[in-house]
Ligand binder design. Sequence first.
Ligand code: NDP
Length: 395
Amino acid sequence: MIGVTVLGSTGSVGVSTLDVLDRHRDRFRVVALTANRDYRRMAEQCRLHQPDVAVMVDAGAAVQLRALLSDMPGCPEILSGAGGLDQVAAMPEAQYVMAAIVGAAGLPPTLAAARAGKRLLLANKESLVVAGALLMRAMDESGAELLPIDSEHNAIFQCLPPNFAEGLPSVGVERILLTASGGPLRDWPLDRLALVTPEQACAHPTWSMGRKISVDSATMMNKGLEVIEACWLFGTDTDRIQVVVHPQSVIHSLVQYQDGSVLAQLGNPDMRTPIAHALGWPGRLDAGVAALDLFEVAHLDFEQPDLERFPCLGLAVQAARQGGTAPVILNAANEVAVAAFLDRRIDLSGIAAIVDGALESLPSEPVDGQDLAFLLEVDRRARQRAEQLVRMRVN
Ligand code: NDP
């Protein structure tokens, strides 16, 4: 039996992961589950999956969970606080760790899993954006395995040869074609973008996801974060990555080779496919996903991304090129701005303005040889600056 810990089990990716694990109870055992506040869903998950440990970051939620599970035979040990996340990420009972916490809050336990030499199933793209160098070094030193869960990166991983780490040019790769649905606002009149509500921004046409990544998809910041993620995962720079808008979300990404071949991975837009791929790799597992019906799909469309409509994509690519702490600042400011948009404090166009303002006012510093504490301090300062910019926009 392979032990699996799911960080962020109550979220969209966490729930899909537990669905796949449930289909393969003969092969996987749930070791630990974690959440922030949603103790009701955590209680249901504990009864169904019987983990050894459950972590609620919020102390009040941990108290509620203990009360809800007081009658459960074999009740899991319940920990609270962010320290509990690092603890379960490194537990020897789990060989695999799914990193599915949203935002930079997922970085410390993701790093702990990498340092402990786990198979890391990485959904939490913000970890690589904030600490790509640190995380990749930790993986190398511990011998951990990194399997991408983002559907695009998982597709690219599937289309690359096994020795891609030798360098993309030396294995014959010309370009990575990173697909993007364009989100719910691809066709909105430009002059009405400022009126978009959180509900409209979260109504993604093809994917069902958590609220933060849904807003990131609406602004295409998500694709920008994914460009940075791809640079770290596949050892390349932004010049070798082309974003392609593909509204049907059936081709999850492509790899173009020097001989003119283009390999793609296709499938229905369902996160259980990349999750099952990463759990089963190098084998294949049933994911519970319906087979792709090409006759029903019928058409596949492709467009250039529109950087006037989606300035966040341009800002992210610029931060990737700049390097140093620029991606840390970009990510932190974006998290603050997205939360302010979801709270109806700013309009959608404010997100790009706040990210831009934070990048303008905070200089990028080198990250070589820096540790987690340094990156978290840069993250804290960028959040503080972004909060000021939100307040200036509101007043
Ligand atoms: P959700 O918002 O649905 O879930 C987030 C999870 O993280 C929940 O379990 C939540 O707990 C927990 N969490 C939130 N804040 C904290 C915190 N401060 N400390 C610890 N845990 C916390 O997110 P998604 O599942 O949509 O996304 C998760 C990650 O996967 C993101 O990085 C996203 O970019 C990435 N991803 C998501 C995809 C998707 O289809 N959803 C696709 C590809 C990548 P609680 O429920 O208690 O709040």
